[in-house]
Design a binder for this molecule. Structure first.
Ligand SMILES: [Fe+2]
Ligand SMILES: [Fe+2]
Length: 246
């Protein structure tokens, strides 16, 4: 997709009303609610805090980006803000409280501030993988209803975000060595983040009957999918594994 297509994608998404019934927790088994509310509150915090990068991108000169990419990145941040609003409604509906801060969120923020813009975008890509996998796992166990549909919608957005950030890296014009370094960094950061999330949310996973192995498989599947945007050997692109950079 061209960056102008991504911009249109996010502009269209912005027109959507908030999904209905996300605050109605009656359909969720009572025993699940405290753990689920706690997990969603942590994710709510993560969704809410990505504002800085949209301004940094205005000053950045990077290969493969243009005004449409910059506009799309701002719309993407707004879409994450929308996720935060939806998750906030869910948390309150489940009888939970929103958090001011949490150690995993602080870790992510710390990591992002420490790093250069491209590595920050890698950390954002990790967040897409973690969010996409986690929301998908929760939705797979929730009974039919507003909460499940709301999480499915967010999960679908995260899938698009993953492709959007993946395309950014694919267009950096990097050679084999940089790609290999990127892959090494990507797998290290992503696996570390997966470990943190599995530990932090183990109670929710256990309560909802989601085995750690299933959760790990879902995470690794998305980590691999994100990695496929930047194969070490670009000739793979010619075979159609990844859309050619434009
Ligand atoms: Fe999100
Ligand atoms: Fe996202």
């Amino acid at each position: 997709m061209r960056w102008s297509d991504w911009r249109k994608h996010f502009e269209m998404n912005r027109q959507r009303p908030l999904p209905e019934g996300v605050e109605r927790a009656e359909e969720v088994p009572e025993a699940w609610r405290p753990a689920l509310a706690g997990s969603l509150a942590t994710f709510q915090l993560g969704e809410a805090g990505e504002g800085r990068i949209a301004h940094e991108i205005d000053r950045a000169h990077l290969p493969g980006i243009d005004a449409d990419y910059r506009a799309a990145l701002k719309l993407f941040v707004a879409e994450e803000g929308r996720h935060a609003r939806i998750l906030g409604l869910m948390v309150r509906g489940l009888g939970g409280k929103l958090l001011a801060r949490n150690w995993t969120e602080r870790l992510f923020v710390f990591g992002r501030r420490l790093l250069g813009l491209r590595l920050k975008l890698m950390v954002l890509l990790v967040a897409e993988v973690i969010g996409g996998a986690f929301y998908g796992l929760l939705a797979s166990r929730l009974p039919e209803g507003g909460l499940r549909r709301g999480l499915e919608q967010i999960c679908e957005d995260e899938q698009h975000h993953l492709d959007y950030h993946g395309e950014f890296f694919a267009r950096q014009g990097w050679g084999v060595l940089t790609r290999a370094a990127w892959q090494a960094a990507w797998w290290s950061v992503a696996m570390a983040a997966m470990g943190v999330v599995l530990v932090d949310h183990r109670r929710t996973l256990r309560t909802m009957g989601i085995p750690l192995t299933e959760a790990a498989r879902a995470f690794v599947g998305l980590v691999r999918e994100a990695a496929s945007h930047l194969p070490v050997f670009p000739e793979r692109e010619a075979r159609g594994a990844v859309p050619a950079p434009r």
